[in-house]
Design a protein around this ligand. Structure first.
Ligand code: BDR
Ligand code: CA
Length: 313
């Protein structure tokens, strides 16, 4: 089965690895990429998305989107993790292509409506483009096949605050809309991405298999790896964004639960995802009023990491 997808992204080193999978995997039909600020500013995100497609020899529409959060002020991009250029500060070739003239939100609406019931939205950055698409045409919830969001944390705790994951923290107001829109949604969060480690050995195979694209992935990985060594004490990187595609193509490697999701939009817990399992009664019904969604809770991390390397080797 082939999956037609739109990939919404803020590339970003781990985004770049996931983009390479989306460009190369024979069971993915990459209809376009939509970009957002997050790991970098949105112009850099668009540049990197165009570049990665060109390095893979693919002509893929790239539509630029959110430059800032819906409500809160934008935090500075994490240049110490992804590099100021989003790809580990390595020298990059020139980009030849241009972005699609449409906004990311318009691109999402047009593409979903053109193929009702077929298109999966895979979002691996702050989700402002999803919120904007919902604003533009709320009825896309009935025509999108599925929404896969890399973000949040059910039991794992946060990576940018004690409780918040970066994509949710970067735009909690957009996340609150996207997670409760009532479309078929799966959240692939830190509970599973922190169980997956792309090792230097995996990366050497990817570099050997991907030509010039492989060089960019490997050299940017080397920069990203320093952060993981210091922050988590591991020799390797968590391939967060590739996990969203791993779930799409190899769901049997994950365990999931069904329930209701919410996001704290302000205060100390800003960006924290709140999960109320289906059927569980709490002291008040308010945590269980949003539409039912699925969340990932467990994963065979070694198998997912090997899958990523196998796809790209
Ligand atoms: C997420 O935040 C970004 O830095 C990564 O690209 C990933 O999408 C992980 O929390
Ligand atoms: Ca990302």
């Amino acid at each position: 089965m082939t999956h037609p997808i739109i990939f919404d992204t803020d590339p970003g080193v781990d985004d770049a690895q996931a983009i390479a999978i989306a460009l190369r995997h024979p069971e993915i039909e990459l209809l376009g990429m939509t970009t957002t600020y997050g790991n970098v500013d949105v112009a850099t995100a668009t540049h990197n998305a165009l570049l990665l497609a060109e390095l893979a020899g693919r002509d893929i529409p790239v539509a630029q989107g959110a430059a800032a959060p819906l409500v809160k002020p934008r935090h500075p991009a994490p240049a110490h993790i992804h590099g100021a250029n989003g790809l580990g500060n390595i020298a990059l070739p020139e980009v030849m292509g241009k972005a699609d003239p449409r906004s990311a939100a318009q691109f999402i609406v047009d593409t979903v409506n053109a193929r009702p019931g077929e298109v999966t939205l895979v979002a691996v950055g702050p989700v402002g483009n999803l919120a904007a698409a919902l604003q533009l045409d709320p009825s896309i919830t009935e025509r999108v096949k599925r929404v896969v969001i890399m973000g949040g944390s059910i039991r794992e705790g946060g990576n940018v605050t004690p409780v918040a994951e970066a994509n949710m923290f970067n735009d909690p107001d957009a996340a609150a809309r996207a997670l409760t829109a009532g479309w078929p949604l799966i959240l692939v969060g830190l509970d599973v991405t922190h169980r997956c480690v792309l090792t230097p050995e995996h990366m050497a195979r990817i570099e050997a298999g991907q030509g010039e694209l492989g060089r960019v992935l490997a050299d940017s990985y080397a920069f990203y790896r320093d952060f993981y060594r210091e922050a988590l004490g591991i020799d390797g990187c968590c391939p967060h964004d590739s996990c969203a595609l791993a779930w799409l193509l190899r769901p049997e490697l994950f365990t999931t639960a069904r329930g209701h999701l919410g996001v704290a939009t302000s205060g100390e817990a800003e960006g924290q995802t709140l999960f109320a399992p289906e059927g569980r009664a709490f002291i008040e019904p308010r945590w269980s009023q949003s539409p039912l969604v699925d969340v990932c809770l467990g994963v065979d991390g070694a198998a997912v990491s090997d899958w990523i390397a196998d796809v790209l080797a």
